[in-house]
Design a protein around this ligand. Structure first.
Ligand code: MG
Length: 280
């Protein structure tokens, strides 16, 4: 019997298709960079949303989150116990906040998707400042380990193994299971799923043409989530803090390239012994 998978369009992209994903990747990177430069106490996430939209449009892109039915913003801005899909608001950011900023862009029908976490130190609460910085550090490290593993893996489940090994070695944090990474291309969310933790199935082969968004979401407490009354915002069920980092990454014949980083991921991957290579 034919499995459904055989009837679907291949998840693997051609080199030409992956090259088309460079522009939306760079537009997404520009938005992240503009927001990171603007973050300070007093700024609102609605203001960050406008900054991100301008950066995406200046780079020739269109915000792709707006293409999701019912969503009107360029970013999701997940403050403190908010995990994903939080709508930007007029609440000014405050010292002690930890904010995951998730943004994407589409150009010529091809998508980019990435996220950073920013932390606002609180001089009056060193413990809080240290806690949010450490949560973001481990989450970013988990993302880079997942990306580095793509350069070596034979099957996609190895990404989750690498992420989980790192998180458990570095911390007592939890890895969310409700939200995972994904393929990306002509749609922002495509097959295959990219698990951030070990799963029994090996998943698809990691080979040239695979393009995935790797996005561990890490919690300082439990891993259960709930959806708020606005039907968008996802919050940690136990109110604990969370962080998210994400990049869209292409696997090609010569190596890997992080599409949503201006340097292809060179700085993040260097400590892990991986040198990204531009898509030929
Ligand atoms: Mg994503």
């Amino acid at each position: 019997m034919l499995s459904r998978g055989l009837l679907r369009r291949s998840i693997y992209k051609s080199p030409a298709q992956m090259r088309l994903m460079m522009a939306p990747g760079l537009a997404t990177a520009a938005a992240l960079e503009a927001m990171a430069a603007a973050v300070r106490p007093g700024i609102t996430t609605l203001e960050l949303d406008a900054i991100a939209e301008q950066a995406v449009r200046d780079a020739g892109g269109e915000p792709n989150f707006m293409l999701e039915p019912g969503y009107r913003h360029t970013i999701c801005a997940n403050v403190n116990e908010h995990v994903v899909h939080a709508i930007p608001t007029d609440r000014p950011l405050e010292p002690g906040d930890i904010v995951a900023l998730d943004v994407g862009a589409v150009i010529k029908g091809w998508h980019g998707d990435a996220a950073i976490t920013v932390t606002l130190p609180d001089e009056a609460d060193q413990g809080r400042s240290d806690a949010i910085a450490e949560l973001s550090r481990v989450t970013e490290g988990a993302m880079w380990r997942g990306i580095a593993q793509l350069a070596r893996a034979t099957h996609l489940n190895e990404i989750g193994v690498a992420i989980a090994e790192y998180v458990h070695a570095e911390s007592e944090y939890g890895i969310l299971e409700d939200y995972i990474g994904h393929g990306i291309g002509r749609r922002m969310h495509e097959d295959p799923p990219v698990f951030n933790y070990p799963v029994p199935r090996k998943g698809p082969e990691v080979k040239p043409g695979l393009v995935v968004a790797i996005e561990p979401i890490i919690s300082a407490g439990g891993i259960d989530t709930k959806i708020e009354d606005d039907d968008w915002t996802v919050t940690m069920a136990d109110g604990s803090l969370s962080a998210q980092w994400e990049h869209s990454v292409a696997v090609h014949t010569e190596g890997i390239w992080v599409l949503t980083a201006p340097d292809g991921g060179a700085a993040g991957l260097a400590p892990l012994g991986v040198t990204p290579v531009p898509i030929p």
